[in-house]
Design a protein around this ligand. Sequence first.
Ligand SMILES: [Zn+2]
Length: 253
Amino acid sequence: MSPSLHIDELTTVQVGDLIRAGWTTVIVPLGATEQHGPALPLLVDNEHGLQTAMRAARLIGRTLVGPVMTLGHSPEHTHFAGTVSLAKATVAGIIHDIAESHARSGFRLVYFWIAHGGNHSILQEMLPILENKWPGCRVTGLRDIGEYISATWDRVPLREGIPLARSGSHAGEFETSIMLAARPELVRMDRAEAGNPAPFDSICEQMMRDGMEAVSSNGVLGDQRGADAGRGNIYLDALAEYLAAGIRRERGS
Ligand SMILES: [Zn+2]
């Protein structure tokens, strides 16, 4: 048994030994450092990406979790202090270099997990280039973000009795509950607020054109109030099961 599934916490000797013993899949969460409203820290996407990947790695076995890409493409959030947004070309370059490094280490499957929606289109442009670039190493990742959102972010809160107007698509009940489960010390529930409750599809275009501040003055889509750590664990398990199923399909197991 590996002492940790998180590459950042292992020595190079441990990683090398694990790869030689058949631990040849690595999950790379693609996160962001961006505003998540008044109650949540900027690292939300990095944290739920890491927690999801760790839980998925435990589910499927012989899988490690690579360093999280902690900065992403977040131009719609730059009105809000603390947000750091990389250009698309920068993100594409980082994705390439991460894949190349893991291929060189000896991993045979590199799976990129989308923990921030703004990175999705960049990954889709990169996957055909990276897929078979390094002999013996397949590079792939989450492709159908619509199916992913409806199977997890939409379906699971509804099953738990939380309407989408509250669970939200950004910094709402869904992400607040996850943070209460994963990093409660970083959540300011005394500052939790409601944001724009409108369906994401109805405001997405304006948000991408005019910035998040044009559709939500506090940066929340959904409602941070009433979040719950127990539900956060249920959400993380659902995300991990979805990710694990995707990797199992790639491995044919
Ligand atoms: Zn987020």
